[in-house]
Structure formats: C-alpha cells, structure tokens
Write a protein that binds this ligand. Structure first.
Ligand code: ZN
Length: 448
C-alpha cells in the first residue's frame, strides 16, 4: 500500500501538510474535554492567528496568484503579527476565480480528491477542489458539540443536492464521520428518491433529523398530505437544519408548526464550507471559528467595518490544503457582534441580511427580501410560495392563497394594506392560484 498516492493513506497518522501543527491544538481540547465553542476569546484567537499564518505560508509557496497579490500589497514574507493586520492581505473577488478551476489550487492536481462547483446561477460556476485530507481529516478537526448534538442513535435525512455541489456530500460526511449518524441520502427529488419515495423513506427509517433548504422543507410538508403521510406523526423529526437559501423567522415558524420540531439555520457556501450555525437561542449564527475567520467590509471600498456595522461578509478558511480561500468576498450581507449568548458559546455572532444582488431598493432604502417575507408570511392566508417583482422602482407581490375562504380580491386588499401598515411600502398584489415549485434553489425575487 505504501506505493499508492496519499489518497489511499489519508488516515490521520499518515498524512502530513502545513496543517499538521494545528492537530495538537484540537487534541489538547479533546484531552481537556472541551470544544472550541466555549473557549476564552484569547485562546481561540491565538489558534486563528496561527492557522492564518500557516495558510498564508502555504498559499505563498504553492500558488502564483496568491503570492503575486500579496507581493503587490507589499508583503515581503507571508506573515501577519496579529488578527488586526488581516485587512492588509488582499481581498479575493468572485469574478477572479469564476470559471477558472486552477487559479487557487495549492496542491498538485493529482492530489485532488473531490471537485465541487457552485450552481452558477449568476454566471460561470466557481470550482472548489478538496484533497481527501481536507474532507476527511482537517474539516473534521474542530468539534462543535453544543451546536450539533446528533449521535449514532439519530437518522439524518439529507435532502440537498449531491451532484457537484458541496451541501449534500458535506453534510453526509459530517453526520457519518463526526457523529456516527446513519444517513439517508435523499437528494432533492431526483431519479432514485422522488418526493413520495423520500417521504416514505423518512417514515420507514424514522428519520430524526432533516437537512434541507427552506423551500424543499415546505414542499415535502405540503406534498406529504397527498401521500397520506403526516409530518409530526408518521415522521417524528427532532430537528430540521436549513441551509442553501436562507429564510425569515416567520417562514421558520411555519415549518416548526408543520413538522412539529425545532428548525435551525446553517450558513455556508461551496467555496468556504461551513461559516456559521444558529444555536438553540435563535438569535443569530455563531461563527464556526475553528473553520473560518470572518470579517465585515464596506462593499464599495473593501475597508474593514467594526462590530455592529452592516457590510459584506469576508471569509478566510483556516483548515484547507487543496484550495484555501483567503479573504474571500462572499457577496452576502450581514453584521457581527461579540457573543453574549445565553447558550454560553463565546464564538462571534453573525446576523445575516441576505445576498447583495437581491436587495430590493424601495423609496431609497435597500430592503432585504427576508425582511419583506417575514411580514408577508405573518398573514395566515398567504402560502409559503410567493414572488417579489421589482419593476421601475415599484414592487409587485405574487402570492398563492393558503387554506382561506377569502376571495382573491379580498386577499389582495388585505396583503396590500398589511404591507403598507407593517413595512410602510406601497405595492401591487396579484393572487395566483398556484405558483411553480422547484427542486432547485427557490428564486423568489425578480428585479427587472
Ligand atoms: Zn448561542
């Protein structure tokens, strides 16, 4: 076996890389019986600084693009003295790497174990290459036992795309290797597990956890009625983890009622992996500070913004050898604050505001669609399927009625009045008896 490439000997003992030094930090935590979640800030920051410097050295020595950019910015050696100096490292924009599968590669191509790519809804896809050690060793080093309490007695149904995207395969690895949980790899309505079969499997195996997108959780719930399967009775989930699209609190509440379980949010991306996860308090996402360092910058100038200021989320991965992301501009908007969370987790808290390109400019204010959704779904006669269409500065909302005796005209009037009263915006409302469902990413916002 020794003659094989390291793909065959990816075990913790055999593989070595620049990340080797970080293993001792995590094994020390294991010895102390603690996780990174509740560590005092200073100790976690020491780890982060070390991980960032190891990453900077790695990209400097193994990637021309990163090195050229750092040299342009005046770096003579790949090192920062403190986390406060991180903004001196150049930002990485999406358009630089879009469609280019080699640009950020920091290992020999033969060392790649898995290629992921983004859906490419806004242009050419972004390729992310992982070594097997990235996937099976380093990605699993930090443990978050407060945020994930799953175990080998759970059954996790994963209803996320498996083809090329990270989410399905990423959660599969997490559940199997970190918690020993059996997984049902449902995907999203594909050939082997269409909606009816997915529901049957969840019932048959008594799934306790469902990981999916908000829109697919809604679709599964509403379709279950057609197949005589009762969520909460025939399928008794302990929790649902939502990822991929983001949704409002009222959307979540409806899912919690429908499925009869807790619903938590998970924020990550194909490029960066896990970034932040909601705790039981449901008051923002804790940054997964073992995996990433996040910053907030001014989207126009790239200048760093402090705690409490809303701007673009920038992510640096700490545990990657194949294709590390250094100060990657995510295109997502949010703000950070220091954790004072009742859950006891000391990792920073992120408040996510949505994607930059889907903000709705109305009356001179940029409205995040989730904010509008939050109010819209407070109206019980409105279903979880809707469209926001912005045309020449005027908002039209297409809504589908939900279990109501109201005539279309009455419902339209009610929605118009409610949005005027709660958000202070005038809009047109069109009632549609049925809006299209999707197995892909739900697109609800159209700016024309
Ligand atoms: Zn918390």
């Amino acid at each position: 076996m020794k003659t094989q490439s390291h793909k065959m000997t990816v075990s913790v003992d055999e593989h070595t890389s620049h990340l080797e030094q970080l293993k001792s930090f995590f094994s020390q935590l294991d010895d102390e019986g603690v996780t990174i979640e509740k560590l005092p800030r200073e100790r976690r920051e020491q780890y982060q600084l070390k991980a960032i410097n190891l990453t900077l050295q790695h990209v400097w020595h193994h990637n021309e693009y990163y090195r050229a950019k750092m040299e342009e910015a005046g770096f003579k050696q790949p090192e920062i003295d403190s986390l406060e100096q991180l903004p001196s490292v150049p930002l990485l924009k999406k358009d630089v790497i879009r469609g280019d599968k080699m640009k950020l590669l920091c290992v020999e191509p033969k060392e790649i174990g898995q290629v992921h790519l983004t859906s490419g809804t806004s242009g050419k896809p972004i390729y992310t290459s992982y070594t097997l050690a990235d996937q099976y060793v380093y990605d699993l080093l930090p443990k978050y036992l407060e945020l994930f309490q799953e175990s080998d007695s759970d059954i996790a149904a994963i209803a996320l795309p498996y083809e090329f995207a990270l989410p399905g395969l990423g959660f599969q690895r997490l559940f199997q290797f970190a918690f020993g949980t059996a997984t049902l790899s449902l995907g999203k309505g594909g050939y082997m597990a269409p909606v009816d079969k997915s529901l049957e499997l969840m019932k048959e195996f008594q799934a306790t956890v469902l990981v999916t997108t908000p829109s697919y959780a809604a679709l599964l719930a509403e379709e279950s009625e057609r197949f005589g399967i009762r969520p909460g009775v025939d399928i008794r989930l302990r929790r649902i983890v939502l990822t991929g699209e983001g949704c409002s609190y009222t959307f979540r509440e409806r899912l919690e009622k429908w499925w009869g379980c807790e619903v938590t949010f998970f924020y990550g991306s194909t490029e960066c992996g896990v970034v932040a996860v909601e705790c039981k308090e449901h008051k923002g996402y804790h940054i997964m500070e073992g995996h990433v360092k996040t910053e907030i910058v001014d989207p126009a100038t790239g200048a760093p913004l402090g705690y409490g200021k809303t701007g673009e989320i920038v992510v640096t991965t700490l545990l990657r050898e194949g294709m590390p992301m250094v100060r990657y501009r995510s295109g997502d908007i949010g703000y950070l604050h220091k954790s004072k969370c009742a859950c006891g987790i000391t990792m920073d808290v992120l408040h996510l505001r949505g994607r930059m390109e889907t903000m709705l400019p109305l009356n001179g204010v940029d409205y995040p669609p989730f904010l509008l959704e939050n109010f819209l779904l407070e109206i019980p006669e409105v279903s979880m399927w809707y469209h926001f269409i912005l045309e020449k500065g005027r908002l039209t909302i297409e809504v589908e009625p939900f279990r109501t005796a109201l005539a279309d005209e009455q419902l339209a009037k009610k929605v118009r009045a409610y949005m005027q009263e709660r958000v202070g915006i005038e809009c047109d409302v069109i009632i549609k008896s049925r809006l299209p469902r999707t197995f892909g990413k739900a697109v609800r916002v159209f700016v024309r």
